[in-house]
Each structure stands twice: as C-alpha cells, then as structure tokens.
Unconditional design. Structure first.
Length: 169
C-alpha cells in the first residue's frame, strides 16, 4: 500500500505502520544478539547498497547469503522486495518517471502509451547494437529514468508527532 493511500485512509493505518517499525526496532536479529535489531541491520545494509551502487538483484543475493550465514532462527529478510516493504512506510518510497534523453517529454499521463518522442521521433527504449532498422522498439530498457521522491510522505512523517511538529519552523 502506498503512503499516499495511507494518508487518504487516515491515521489508523499510519499508526499500524509505526507499530510495525517499532516492533522491528526492538526485535533482535537473532537470539542473544545485542548489537543489531532487525530494523537497524536492515538500515545499515540498505545504506551499503546505496553507497556502493548495488542493484536489487545483487542486494537480494547478499541478503540470502547473510541469512544463511547467521544463526538459525534469525529474522533477517530474504530479498530486496521485503526490505522495501518495511522501508517504504518510513517515507522512503520513490516513483520512476521515464523521460526522453533531452528531458522534453515525461512519459506519464497522456504520453504514457507512446513509444517515441513526438518532437524528435526517437524511441523511449535503448537500441540494441544489432538493431540497424528504423522500426521503433517497444521492449527493452528505457533510455532515461528519473526518480521522483513524493514530498507528501515526508511531510506526513514530519508532522506525525505533535511535539515534533511544534518544533518545526
């Protein structure tokens, strides 16, 4: 469930997410582990992922390896998808917007279904090395992807606690 839907449904669902985060922050990574909680270990690993430019597939492989290396009964997550399900309610979600390399067109709303730029006629997909014909490709990786970080979820987190909201200027 996206955080914007949480905002529309009210405070009850948000408090449910916060309770889940608090329980993850208190739950130890494995029995008798005093250095890491489930949430703190996840945040440190995601920080490594972002700092080193790892993709989702590599991060999932690392999580699987660590899960098998740690003691039996550990609470470490299995894959990147599960990690993002925990972190997105914290306001760390993003939306991908596909754009033309010159940034003249955002492939959203009315331009979502087109496969080439109306201004320049270029494809929105990367061309393969062996693709010499002029037919527009309708598959493959996109030429350029931008990330949009929704501000509403960040404001929601800032103003969730009444005491903290009073201190914001």
């Amino acid at each position: 469930m996206s955080i914007t839907r949480v905002i529309q449904h009210g405070r009850d669902i948000t408090s449910l997410f916060n309770k889940k985060l608090c329980s993850d922050a208190k739950k130890s990574l494995y029995t008798r582990c005093i250095n890491f909680a489930r949430l703190s270990a996840l945040l440190r690993l995601v920080n490594l992922k972002v700092g080193n430019g790892w993709n989702d597939k590599t991060f999932t492989k690392l999580l699987n390896l660590l899960k098998h290396m740690l003691l039996e009964g550990n609470t470490l997550l299995n894959c990147n998808y599960e990690a993002m399900k925990i972190l997105c309610p914290m306001g760390m979600e993003y939306n991908k917007i596909y754009t033309f390399p010159n940034d003249c067109i955002l492939y959203t709303k009315e331009f979502n279904a087109i496969h080439q730029c109306p201004n320049y006629g270029e494809s929105r997909y990367k061309k393969k090395d062996d693709d010499s014909n002029s037919v527009v490709s309708i598959k493959g990786p996109f030429v350029k992807v931008q990330w949009y970080l929704p501000i509403i979820s960040r404001f929601k987190q800032l103003f969730y606690n009444v005491n903290d909201a009073k201190n914001l200027k």
